[in-house]
Design a protein. Structure first.
Lengths: 168, 352
């Protein structure tokens, strides 16, 4: 219902000529996984629901803990054919994951930070908080990085994940 | 033919061609050395196919002020991007060659070398792609690129300048926007009192210091405008309207959550670039502060940085004293050397 409302008001607002006016069918929200992958992915809400689910906790600005549910980034990387686990050695340790959000905010993780052969911490792409869909402003998909002192990498409205080699 | 005769001919031909090359001005142009403070970082946006050269920048400067690039030869880029106003025009909406106004506010041009998304909605990813839009928009400069090429060609003096900047191949649409892009990348503003403060060459006044503390502290301006460049490459709905009239970023992405989002623009020279916001709705910086202090509107896409944990808009409730302190700090971002630098001024005036 909420989504329907958004689409309708969007169609009513003006856009500059040549920028492409809205059609009534806005594209579905999704996360594109690309770069150093064997299988590029475009993950929709339904795709995430169908993947192995896990949870992670993070605190809000007031320090209140919330339980987020979603999919481990490691599982997304595996699905895309990224060099994880036993392959994460040698030059592959110079790879990073760049996460981009709808507002163009970007954060970087080294692949090792996300890998279960290096760490027990499970970073997730969440689509639910405390059993409900994420609220407008942070959803439909957000990062949850447990145990970090600053929440700056718990970024909102994720739209893309790109795996690259550091090229220095 | 003897071996030595052949050698002489080959060498002679090489010398002759070098001479011809020099005469036609197609010697390789001189690389342009950009200079900027290390605190701006090196995440610059320069296309591999358009390295800056002294000749290219000089040509770009001329084109920036060239009225032949508008349909009735009455306006240039500089009409809406005036150096004295940090390359804005003091209008909420700018007037095109035909007297029709634009639908968004003319953007300040400073430190574009680091910008990766242009226009208020980020629809162009290079200065070259950006330039085509106002040049050809039917109500801005209103002229096809082909007509611009032709008008420059018949002027007589541009052929040599394009040759010097880009070699053989004459005047082309691609080269026009490349030269403009080169010039615009040299518009570096890094000599405001705030820069001198960062470099340890200037002591902020008590009021400026209090403003800086607010900017990065309670007022949280620095969350988006932080770092010495005072902009970042993100898009936010800053609560201007409950239901935005202009879809902003969503015009490009068509995604609902981008509706009413606009780029976080630079605050450099902000005291010179009013009126403010994408639609120029605020005439003064005082009104801008009143907005963030008391009038942030709720809305579906309001930036999370402007909401509290209950999803309610945060109103800063700044006191009159605090607003003045913030103003003092914002004025320390005015770079008077930048807005008077002859390197960026109208070359047609200078030449007279």
């Amino acid at each position: 219902m909420k989504k329907k409302f958004l689409i309708v008001v969007v169609a009513a607002a003006f856009c500059l000529p040549g920028v492409g006016a809205f059609s009534q069918t806005a594209p579905a929200y999704s996360v594109k996984v690309s770069g150093e992958v064997t299988t590029p992915l475009t993950l929709t809400a339904a795709d995430l629901t169908a993947m192995p689910r896990t949870t992670a906790t993070a605190r809000d600005k007031k320090g209140v803990a919330h339980t987020f549910a979603g999919v481990a980034i490691a599982d997304i990387l595996n699905k895309a054919g990224v060099t994880t686990g036993r392959q994460l050695k040698g030059e592959n340790l110079a790879k990073y994951l760049l996460v981009t959000c709808a507002d163009n905010y970007q954060v970087v993780f080294s692949l090792a930070e996300l890998d279960s052969s290096f760490t027990d911490r499970v970073v997730i792409l969440a689509d639910q908080v405390d059993g409900k869909p994420l609220p407008a402003g942070t959803g439909p998909f957000r990062m949850v990085v447990p145990g970090e002192k600053k929440p700056a990498r718990n970024c909102f409205q994720v739209t893309g994940m790109v795996v690259r080699f550091a090229k220095e | 033919m003897g071996r030595s005769v052949k050698y002489v001919l080959v060498v002679g031909a090489a010398l002759l061609s070098a001479f011809v090359v020099r005469r036609t001005g197609s010697l390789p142009p001189t690389p342009y050395r950009l200079s900027y403070p290390p605190y701006f970082g090196n995440r610059t946006n320069v296309g591999d196919d358009n390295p800056l050269t002294v000749e290219g920048v000089a040509l770009g400067r001329r084109l920036f002020y060239e009225k032949r690039l508008s349909r009735n030869s009455t306006i240039s880029c500089a009409s809406c991007h005036q150096q004295a106003r940090a390359f804005t025009d003091g209008q909420a909406f700018s007037v095109g060659f035909d007297g029709v106004r634009t639908r968004r506010n003319s953007m300040s041009l400073a430190n574009l070398l680091w910008v990766r998304n242009f226009f208020w909605d980020g629809r162009a990813s290079s200065l070259e792609a950006q330039a085509v839009v106002p040049l050809t928009d039917p109500h801005e400069m209103g002229q096809s690129m082909d007509s611009s090429v032709e008008k420059l060609r018949v002027s007589g003096f541009y052929e040599t300048l394009f040759g010097g900047a880009f070699g053989a191949g004459g005047i082309t649409a691609d080269r026009i926007v490349k030269a403009l892009g080169q010039f615009e990348r040299t518009l570096i503003s890094a000599d405001a009192p705030y820069d001198k403060y960062i470099r340890g060459e200037y002591q902020l006044s008590a009021e400026e210091r209090a403003g800086l503390a607010l900017f990065f502290g309670r007022a949280n301006c620095g969350n988006c405008h932080g770092g010495p460049k005072t902009f970042n490459e993100t898009y936010h709905n800053n609560g201007l309207d409950r239901v935005p009239a202009d879809s902003g970023r969503a015009c490009v992405t068509r995604m609902g959550y981008d509706r009413g989002r606009f780029r976080v623009v630079t605050l450099r020279n902000i005291a010179l670039t009013g009126p403010y916001m994408h639609d120029g709705r605020f005439a003064t910086l005082g009104q801008v502060m009143d907005h963030y202090s008391e009038h942030v509107e709720p809305g579906e896409t309001l930036s999370p940085t402007l909401r509290d944990t209950m999803n309610v808009p945060v109103q800063l409730r700044l006191t009159a004293v605090e607003k003045n302190e913030l103003l003092a700090f914002l004025r320390s971002l005015t770079d008077s050397a930048f807005v008077t630098d002859k390197k960026f001024s109208d070359p047609f005036v200078t030449l007279k």
